[in-house]
Design a protein. Structure first.
Length: 462
């Protein structure tokens, strides 16, 4: 059996493509128009409708709900948020601590809503284990662990090589850091369950309806225009396809593989009984989960960016990327050298120029947006949605400021990415530098981070 490449993702191979919803029937009006049927758009519709049941909310989706990153990600529901350190510099340490506490609570929020709405998303709260595989990675791991504790995650635990192996036997792991604020899930089961819950509340979803341009109080599509006082852009890695947004967020590629189901003997040799999500401290890092049906789903960057902010064709990825991810799998677990890779796929995530996730509502125009999650969107999208809800309620006079509207990522302004070919050259150079640094650190004997990686991080704003 050969590896299936594309077909949106392995998660859709399991669940099958959803039955299509009707496209926009023509010009309509709404109270709120949400552009994008992924996690951000659906969670926003959910919380707005729950808060104000009489609102007329329309969601517009170019393909089908969960076609983008929400149906292709690694299934990491965890408390990481892009840009926290920068927000600490801009707004002070305590503001960033409040943001981190909000993210910690978001993991529990998603779990609770899934229980309330009876969404079976294969959730397992095993936490997040991030491992170090070299002296330099170990030094970064300890610094990372200390920073997380400093930002209020006092229930995080630091492990040596033996304690790490007791959780997951990663070959060559010299240490790890574990956070309880994480869970494994099935991305498509979550997005489809959420879409069903939103419709049950009375929200209208129109699929196969690409929005070509967003203007104040207008969302333009080939089928008609939706007019609404509030128009919310929730398009993450596909933002560049909208008129005037090509340089707003860079669509960064991330690719994944899923193995065949492993045998009981193979799992016994690996451990992983806690079903933690698994990551490492490399510059071009990996991420993985033990799926509910006994596979390993593992991802990494692959070819990081396509010229002109182009996106993939239904999740197909390059053969060399599949091979590179398989090499990571075997490096971590040498006993799996003969295991078959059943599926490979890719998707795009949104990367702002300063690598900071943001939530914004322009009160003068009614335009709002959320995203730029840089790969941490499964949980962050939920916090963003609740924040958009509060911002709209505040703007419409239904409530005052809340703890969420006071978080430092609200209304953060980001400069645009450079025009081509500078954008393409910059990203390719950055990831070449990171991969080279990882190779040198893997064979080196110093605890220092590779100097090329330090410079690349500084120049990229990462």
């Amino acid at each position: 059996m050969s590896t299936v490449n594309g077909g949106i993702s392995f998660w859709y191979a399991q669940e099958g493509a959803p039955a299509p919803r009707e496209p926009l029937p023509g010009d309509i009006t709404a109270d709120v128009c949400i552009v994008g049927g992924g996690y951000t758009g659906l969670w926003t519709a959910y919380y707005l409708k729950k808060a104000v049941p009489f609102l007329n909310i329309t969601v517009l989706e170019a393909k089908f709900c969960g076609y983008g990153a929400s149906g292709r990600n690694g299934g990491w529901l965890y408390n990481g948020i892009a840009g926290r350190d920068r927000y600490a510099k801009l707004h002070g340490h305590e503001a960033a601590v409040r943001l981190q506490h909000a993210m910690n609570a978001t993991v529990t929020e998603v779990v609770d809503v899934c229980e309330q709405e009876k969404i079976d998303a294969d959730l397992h709260q095993g936490g997040v284990l991030e491992v170090a595989l070299s002296p330099s990675q170990l030094a970064r791991l300890k610094a990372f662990h200390a920073a997380e504790v400093d930002f209020g995650e006092t229930d995080r635990e630091l492990y040596g090589a033996r304690e790490t192996a007791e959780r997951i036997r990663v070959a060559g792991a010299v240490g790890s850091s574990w956070s309880p604020h994480g869970a494994r899930l099935h991305p498509v089961k979550l997005v489809q369950g959420l879409a069903d819950a939103v419709e049950a509340l009375g929200v209208t979803i129109h699929e196969s309806t690409p929005v070509t341009e967003i203007k104040p109080k207008h969302a333009l599509t080939p089928y008609g225009t939706v007019r609404a006082p509030y128009v919310l852009r929730c398009t993450e890695g596909f933002t560049a396809s909208l008129a005037g947004q090509r340089r707003t967020w860079l669509p960064m590629n991330s690719s994944m593989i899923a193995t065949e189901p492993l045998s009981d003997e193979q799992w016994a040799s690996i451990g992983w009984d806690g079903r933690e999500t698994l990551g490492d401290m490399a510059h071009a890092y990996m991420y993985a989960q033990r799926t509910a049906d006994g596979r390993i789903a593992l991802g990494g960057r692959g070819v990081p960016y396509r010229f002109g902010s182009k996106t993939d064709n239904d999740g197909r990825t390059q053969p060399q990327t599949i091979e590179a991810l398989r090499e990571i799998l075997v490096r971590f677990f040498p006993q799996l050298a003969g295991v078959r890779v059943d599926h490979a796929w890719s998707g795009v995530l949104g990367v702002p120029r300063d690598w900071c996730a943001t939530v914004t509502l322009d009160r003068s125009t009614g335009l709002g947006w959320a995203g730029g999650y840089v790969g941490s969107g499964v949980a962050t999208a939920n916090l963003a949605a609740r924040t958009l809800r509060d911002l709209i309620q505040q703007d419409s006079g239904q409530s005052g400021p809340t703890d969420l509207t006071a978080l430092p990522w609200v209304n953060h302004k980001v400069r645009k990415w450079e025009p081509e070919p500078l954008r393409w050259l910059g990203v390719q150079t950055m990831y070449a530098a990171f991969r080279g640094a990882d190779r040198r650190e893997a064979t080196g004997h110093t605890a220092r981070t590779d100097r090329v990686a330090v410079v690349a991080n500084r120049l990229s704003g990462r």
